[in-house]
Design a protein around this ligand. Structure first.
Ligand SMILES: C[S@@+](CC[C@H](N)C(=O)[O-])C[C@H]1O[C@@H](n2cnc3c(N)ncnc32)[C@H](O)[C@@H]1O
Length: 263
């Protein structure tokens, strides 16, 4: 799948000088063309450059897709962190067995919500490295994590600590030493999207949809000191295919976490 040349970067109408600077920076990072925009519509830009996506720098950074705008939004993570601060449980943190100071490898950054929750759980002494195959998604979410303000200082601090790496997780895993992370997490695009948001979310146009391979799980087992976790639909055959036999998740939830533990 080729992502590099399917986007053009531009600014919103009434752009400020800092918007132009960020748009040029993003274009360079992505190896994508930059357009001054002028009065050109986004659809016209798509046609001129022959690309499906337009990254637009305005008050917030967005990627315009055929199914609406994709942008960083810490909302879901906020709610989960609020619950955690109240002493409630988070299924992901339990599955990964996260405690302060741990090193977590999140293989599937996506919109970054899980990575923020992991970062909160691992605390200021911990580390979360989050991988994303699609350079447009990686750049968009890395920028949001570094610049967005949140409702709570602890959320903002957790966002800032996530280290985003744009790469294929299999390549990254192969290059890591044995036991170099405490836990490794996969949240692939579901084989069968079942929630409303998964069905209509613009991320589906950009995300790498491939299933997790047996080799990736075997590499993750080597790299993880303590656990490998896979998030999937509760009815998914992926758990059986990949050898997960222990599970965590809400009784009535469609989502399940498969756990392999070595601790
Ligand atoms: C379902 S989303 C992850 C959602 C994320 N957990 C969150 O909280 O927003 C899956 C993401 O993993 C990325 N991805 C899929 N295969 C990948 C691979 N081989 N290497 C790196 N990233 C990958 C997709 O592009 C997509 O952005």
């Amino acid at each position: 799948m080729e992502f590099g040349n399917n986007v053009v970067v531009t600014v919103g109408h009434k752009a400020k000088s800092e918007h132009f600077a960020l748009a040029r920076e993003m274009a360079e990072k992505l190896g994508a063309p930059f357009s001054e925009r002028g009065n050109t519509s986004l659809d016209a830009l798509r046609a001129i450059y022959g690309v499906p996506f337009v990254m637009v720098v305005k008050e917030k950074l967005v990627v315009d897709t055929p199914d609406g705008e994709l942008y960083f939004h810490p909302g879901m993570a906020h709610l989960r962190l609020k619950n955690l601060r109240r002493g409630e449980n988070d299924h992901l943190l339990r599955s990964l067995g996260i405690s302060e100071g741990m090193r977590i490898l999140d293989c599937t950054l996506g919109m970054g919500a899980d990575a923020i929750v992991e970062s909160f759980g691992a605390g200021t002494e911990g580390e979360v490295v989050a991988l994303e195959k699609n350079p447009v998604v990686a750049a968009l979410i890395a920028h949001g994590l570094q610049t967005s303000e949140g409702e709570h200082p602890a959320t903002v601090a957790a966002m800032r600590r996530v280290r985003v790496v744009c790469t294929d997780y299999l390549d990254y895993l192969r290059a890591q030493a044995e036991d170099s992370f405490d836990a490794v997490y996969f949240d692939p695009m579901f084989r069968h999207p079942f929630t409303e948001s998964a069905g209509i979310h613009p991320l589906r146009f950009l995300a790498d949809p491939r299933p997790v391979s047996e080799e990736a799980i075997s590499e993750a087992r080597r790299v993880a000191r303590s656990r490998v976790v896979l998030k999937e639909s509760s009815k998914s055959g992926e758990f059986a295919r990949l050898g997960f036999t222990e599970f965590e998740g809400g009784k009535y939830s469609n989502v399940r976490y498969g756990i392999m533990r070595f601790d």
